[in-house]
Design a protein around this ligand. Structure first.
Ligand SMILES: Cc1ncc(COP(=O)(O)O)c(C=O)c1O
Length: 207
């Protein structure tokens, strides 16, 4: 591993993202880029129109730190409508610049140096760096490919139990899972909830 003298010890070994690497390779080799999901259609015209019209208005100013109230209310309504979960938009919703920032902020806020984070492997690109920035330790639980080549990638519950120790602080879930595409079943989620409750773990889900 090449040492980067300017980087903190906890970030040694982290380079660029898998997306930057694969997209550059696709350009260099003239390949079709299946490494990153670039939508091949534009955003909804009504959203683009609103964004264009907002340039040069009061909307250019700093928003309130947690996000503009209308957006927080819309997020809370979305959670209620699609997941049946009730959140107070004023105290329980925080708008960030994407999931990557939200996850990094969550790791920084929730982990003490040396805390373990249990997560599913293969690991989505940004997680290990976010955990490392907070001084945490990644404890991967492998997802296994379907034996017959069809069906879903799944984990072995025994691997989850083995990964969770008194040092474990947090379970970082990702479903639908990137990159395998697996969607955890209600049964698997119930098992993970049971483990989390039994060990008093925090659960962060990236959905
Ligand atoms: C599982 C997962 N988490 C996070 C992200 C990044 O999200 P954002 O672009 O909102 O930072 C992606 C993007 O593909 C993803 O697949």
């Amino acid at each position: 591993m090449t040492r980067s003298p300017e980087l903190a010890t906890r970030l040694q070994g982290f380079g660029t993202t898998v997306f930057a690497e694969m997209s550059a390779l696709a350009v260099a080799t003239g390949s079709i880029n299946l490494g990153q999901g670039f939508p091949d259609y534009p955003g909804p015209p009504e959203v683009l129109d609103v964004a264009r019209a907002a340039i040069g208005t009061a909307a250019d100013q700093y928003p309130p730190g947690p996000g503009i109230p209308e957006l927080r209310a819309a997020v809370a309504e979305h959670q209620q409508r699609f997941s049946g979960l009730a959140y107070d938009p004023d105290t329980e919703v925080l708008v960030t610049a994407g999931a990557t920032e939200a996850l990094a902020a969550a790791m920084l806020a929730l982990l003490e140096p040396g805390d373990d984070v249990v997560l599913l492997e293969p690991i989505y690109d940004s997680y290990s760096a976010s955990v490392a920035m907070a001084g945490g330790v990644v404890r991967p639980v492998p997802l296994h490919p379907p034996a017959d080549g069809a069906g879903r990638w799944t984990f072995d519950p025994a691997d989850v139990r083995a990964a969770v120790t008194p040092r474990t602080r947090l379970l970082l879930l990702n479903t639908p899972h990137n990159p395998t595409g697996t969607v955890l079943t209600a049964e698997e989620l119930a098992f993970l909830a049971e483990v989390a409750v039994a060990h008093d773990l925090l659960v962060v889900t990236d959905e």
